[in-house]
Design a protein around this ligand. Structure first.
Ligand SMILES: Nc1ncnc2c1ncn2[C@@H]1O[C@H](COP(=O)(O)OP(=O)(O)OP(=O)(O)O)[C@@H](O)[C@H]1O
Ligand SMILES: [Mg+2]
Length: 176
């Protein structure tokens, strides 16, 4: 059983939704990385072009390291994989065609939606996570799955029952 779990993925892949149900199911600690960054004032500024917060990753990484202990803990957020200390990093992947509907439901600009869809098609989070965490990364294609089904799959990874190794998922045809 892995103890320090990072859950990451492109915006709108369901990290927060899944992590809330998961932490209740496992009765474990949940740390929301976005909240951590805001509460601790790790926001360096706003990228005006892209409309997102620029976060001090080194400071965030330091804070995450401070919080890691022997308790089973879920750290969730799209920056979690840029931090260190995970026993397991789980990347939630969603087909860009499905992700598009969810991103459009938010008040994101067209360029921000496009940027996120391209990042998902290219597997940017997985690549970044693999750079830092190597074989400790698992990625799950959760397209079309219910939250409960996703939680079940994530539990299987945390319990070491299923591997979900990196490299099986290919959403590149979205870019063609
Ligand atoms: N399995 C699912 N099936 C259908 N809709 C889902 C599923 N999981 C999440 N959603 C919906 O997708 C939207 C985004 O979910 P959520 O906020 O959990 O994503 P997130 O990865 O935490 O996004 P962000 O990176 O912006 O924090 C929400 O409207 C949520 O209800
Ligand atoms: Mg979220």
């Amino acid at each position: 059983m892995y103890k320090t779990i990072f859950i990451t993925g492109t915006p709108c892949t369901g990290k927060t939704t899944v992590s809330e149900v998961l932490s209740a199911h496992l009765n474990c600690r949940l740390v929301k990385i976005n909240d951590l960054a805001i509460e601790n004032d790790f926001v360096l500024g706003i990228d005006e072009d892209k409309g997102y917060k620029v976060i001090d990753i080194d400071a965030l990484d330091g804070k995450v390291s401070e919080l890691i202990n022997d308790e089973l803990t879920i750290f969730e957020g799209h920056l979690s994989h840029l931090c260190h200390g995970a026993d397991k990093v789980i990347v939630l992947r969603v087909k860009p065609e499905i992700l598009e509907e969810r991103l459009k439901a938010r008040d994101y600009s067209d360029s921000k939606i496009r940027e996120n869809l391209e990042a998902e098609a290219l597997g940017v989070c997985t690549a970044e996570a693999f750079d830092i965490h190597g074989e400790n990364v698992s990625e799950i294609d959760v397209s079309g799955m219910s939250v409960d089904e996703i939680v079940e799959s994530v539990v299987d990874v945390i319990e070491g029952k299923t591997e979900y190794s990196v490299g099986e998922i290919d959403f590149m045809n979205f870019l063609l």
